[in-house]
Design a protein around this ligand. Sequence first.
Ligand code: SF4
Length: 689
Amino acid sequence: SAGREGYIKQTKTVCTYCGVGCSFEVWTKDRHILKIEPTHGPANGVSTCVKGKFGWDYVNSGKRLTSPLIREGNTYREASWDEALSLIARKMTEIKARDGADALAFIASSKTSNEECFLMQKLARAVVGTNNVDNCSRYCQSPATVGLFRTVGYGGDTGSIRDLELAGLVIGIGTNTAESHPVLATRVKRAHKLNGQRLIVADLREHEMASRADLFIRPKPGTDFVWLNAVAKYILDNGLESRDFLARWVNGLDEFRETLAPYNLDYAEQVSGISQEQLKQIAHEIVQADGTCIMWAMGVTQQCGGSETSTAISNLLLVTGNYMRPGAGSYPLRGHSNVQGASDMGAVPTFVAGYQNVQDEDVQRRHLNEWGTPLPRNKGLDNHEMVDAIHEGTLKFMYLMGEEMAIVDSNANYVEEAFNKLEFFVVQDVLFTHTAGFADVVLPASPSLEKDGTFTNTERRIQRLYQALEPLDGSKPDWQIIQEIANRLGAGWNYAHPSEVMDEVARLTPLFAGVSYERLEGFRSLQWPVHADGTDTPLLFLDGFPFPDGKARLYPAQWIAPLESATEEFDLHLNNGRMLEHFHEGIMTFESPGIKSKVPNGFIEVSPELAEERGIKTGSTVRLVSRHGAVKMPVLVTARVQGRQLYMPMNVPNAVDAVNRLTGSHTDQTTHTPAYKDVAVRMEVLSLD
Ligand code: SF4
């Protein structure tokens, strides 16, 4: 409705925080945000969590960037848009002319819209001529996407969030769902409490979902692959598999069966610590359930073998016939509001939008027709490789949009050193982040409430966000900034509105062929694939899998053991994760005093048995030392963790960078997702009180 001065305006938007994708109306009067009113969001109904309801103070924070900044020595001076953009274009042109297009790199953001992510990869490919483009799904869910591509052909949740309520059994592996995906968790909690749904949780730490579970198992760190394969082997050895489904819809059973040979119950018990009785129980629960959904998140993916374990999850679902029907399938839970969309839109080195391979001749031809320029064919760098390439001196320029990379990438000291080595570094964000402090130019962007666009949530649902507020004076929507940079490089883009970008996505991308803003009007939404006639796909795989013969593939994955096992010197395992109250490295939620006061400081969770052994208690201060760095932290003694395992929340005030001062640079081998959850430390007691 209209936003005349002094009048209350209601605008439909999508939450800027997690991948559940709650949508609601935001009530504003001038620049005041009066309230958030969830009415009938397709993902959330009438629910939100504390962040969606109260986490909006950052939009009017006095810390908002309101002018481009140009570095002068160790400080910054305000500059006009014209001066800042001209400087960026001049540097890009110089570096490309001297060192080639692959000396430049671009990072899109899962906090920005689909259209903005699409334009960022178009800038990289069509204007500059490099595939060096990535986004922060590299830090979280890329391994899940690989596991699903290998086995079922699409890297997205099998069904809708609502379908989770239909499952007879939900298994959560390495997901602290109640805190990281709160509104989605309420659906599982409700079905578990009211509908007799069974719940199994596998995790290191006894969080809320673990406490509610019918069975809670605590595998040793990094061993999920082993117990999952043992369950699959037990099912096959005992003839409990879904034979008709396998015969009709799945390839590769014989080879898969062979790769399972080592994973007998005895071996799995030794490696994972899960008893043989529990492994059998899990197998029987799955085969007896009327539909099993497996949800997983970063406890699985942020490991050296994250892609392999994600593959093992999908293999187990195939063996038991848990695809192609409601209330069954894979649910990798996407972290940020548009982490699904950032990859969908091609902000990754190997694919353009819709996961089309840049090397494919048809894809090349279609883009040449649309853009008038061929797609680059050189192998692009992902985020992790970009940092190495800066250290090696081959990557000179980076344009980073909406990403606190100096804090969220692993081995923060190494990343900061890289940023200091860049010849030219552009950071675009809403607030002056820690990463911005390394930039040569900082560009002030507008947050989601100040622009039109779309986000895609964890269930592949594309939803509209409408502009509720004018961009704060001095800032601009990311899509406009990217367009202005492209045009200073001679691109001649002329997008008047993000809807025109989405029209282009639809023309180039079979997965989004039928997407248009008309079809996304208001609270309407579409779940991809969206066909040319506009029909969408709430449930993937209703009539087969997107492989040439329509059959899924059991993929023979390999176990990759954790690299940082405890040693005499580093004798403790450090785990980390989110808290309900905070998000996005805290950049946004710390600006809400009410939320900040709920969790004002960082801490390290220590088990009662370890606390007793070391003579420490809640409030003691310790120094954690890893092979890569050290941090000081107050102790919270809690039975949520056990034995020699520690847990540290990663996005709380005064400790946002603590986790990645300790993590190393080792990664999932397929995707280069950092193995954040594979850290060995020692603990030195600094004070007992
Ligand atoms: Fe919904 Fe996630 Fe936003 Fe909470 S943070 S309101 S669960 S989208």
